[in-house]
Write a protein that binds this ligand. Structure first.
Ligand SMILES: Nc1ncnc2c1ncn2[C@@H]1O[C@H](COP(=O)(O)OP(=O)(O)O)[C@@H](O)[C@H]1O
Ligand SMILES: CC(=O)N[C@@H](CCC(=O)OP(=O)(O)O)C(=O)O
Length: 305
């Protein structure tokens, strides 16, 4: 429907319906993880940027943590650098780390910042190196292939896990009406850079900020079972079983783990939602429509002791 044909009474009704949600979330922090797979269409990126600005305008504090896996893959391919993943993590040698830092900290980060600013917001782009806000250490990955009897610990290079998040820089910016946009690059005490999965960073940032919500935007309708049905309200035991039988694999592994960890760490709710749906984040915050997979708290497994 065009602006001219839209019934003004409907617009006012919709605005009025959003009032209780605006009141409920005003002053609260919402961490939005914007995945590289959800950034594929210009109109969707634009609607995402508008949503962040609208949230800020109604008094919510959005903090964006972005990915960019496909964009890193594209540049690596152009440079003829091979890339592979173990347990959803990119094996990152020194050469790959340089590309990761260029793509995430440069192209992708500044692209999102620019779009939010074009929509009338005040976005500031940062990596975890700014203010040393994402302290990281090397991630040791446990890997087991079918032919192995026991898992082995393997070194996948400059891949990090979050040791500590300093929130002062984010809080200072948010208090001055800026929207922080954070690239998932960490740094250790010796100044070494780490490539960290963006879901893991988003989860830790949400915990450190004591966020109301963590929204993980991706390119699927939510966490799905083998039949393709969206699952919601799962127990940790059910998640473990879905991982063991291979239903949850690849990029969904870090996503579900960080959602569970975030709610365990005090974030009120975590959502895995479809970034291909226009205005997915607003639908989640301002309406009753359930979008994607919701994780509120960790229900007790019936068989847990
Ligand atoms: N059980 C599952 N339900 C939904 N998606 C799954 C599942 N297991 C694996 N996936 C994969 O996880 C992908 C999302 O993770 P990822 O590619 O890292 O996205 P993003 O870039 O948004 O972080 C989906 O596109 C899908 O291919
Ligand atoms: C260690 C690791 O795998 N890091 C990711 C960082 C980007 C990311 O997480 O991007 P998406 O959210 O778009 O998947 C990578 O190199 O692709």
């Amino acid at each position: 429907m065009t602006e001219q044909t839209r019934d003004p009474r409907l617009v006012v009704e919709v605005l009025s319906e959003a009032l209780p949600y605006i009141q409920r979330f005003s002053g609260k922090t919402v961490v939005v993880k914007y995945g590289g797979n959800a950034m594929t269409e210009d109109t969707l990126i634009d609607s995402f940027a508008r949503d962040m600005v609208l949230m800020k305008e109604v008094g919510i504090n959005p903090v964006v943590v972005h990915g960019g896996g496909p964009q890193i893959g594209e540049l690596l391919e152009k440079l003829s650098i091979e890339s592979r993943f173990v347990n959803g993590m990119r094996v990152t040698d020194a050469e790959t780390m340089d590309v990761v830092e260029m793509v995430l900290g440069g192209l992708v980060n500044k692209g999102i910042v620019n779009l939010i600013n074009q929509c009338g917001g005040k976005a500031i782009g940062l990596t975890g190196k700014d203010g040393a806000q994402i302290r990281a250490r090397q991630l040791k990955v446990e890997h087991q292939s079918p032919e192995m009897t026991a898992p082995e610990i393997i070194d996948i290079g400059h891949v990090g896990e979050v040791e500590h998040i300093s929130t002062d820089l984010i809080e200072m910016l948010a208090a001055r009406d800026f929207i922080p946009v954070i690239a998932p690059i960490g740094v250790d005490a010796k100044g070494r850079s780490y490539n960290i999965n963006a879901d893991l960073v988003a989860g830790k940032v949400a915990e450190a900020l004591d966020a109301e919500k963590l929204m993980l935007l991706t390119n699927v309708a939510g966490l799905m079972n083998a039949e393709g049905e969206v699952l919601t309200g799962l127990t940790t035991g059910q998640v473990d079983a879905l991982i063991a039988d291979g239903t949850i694999h690849g990029g969904m592994l870090p996503k579900i783990r960080c959602a569970l960890d975030a709610v365990k760490g005090g974030v009120r709710s975590a959502h895995i939602i479809d970034g291909r749906v226009p205005h997915a984040t607003l639908l989640e915050i301002f309406t009753n429509a359930g979008v994607g997979t919701l994780i509120t708290d960790i229900p007790q497994d019936p068989n847990a002791g």
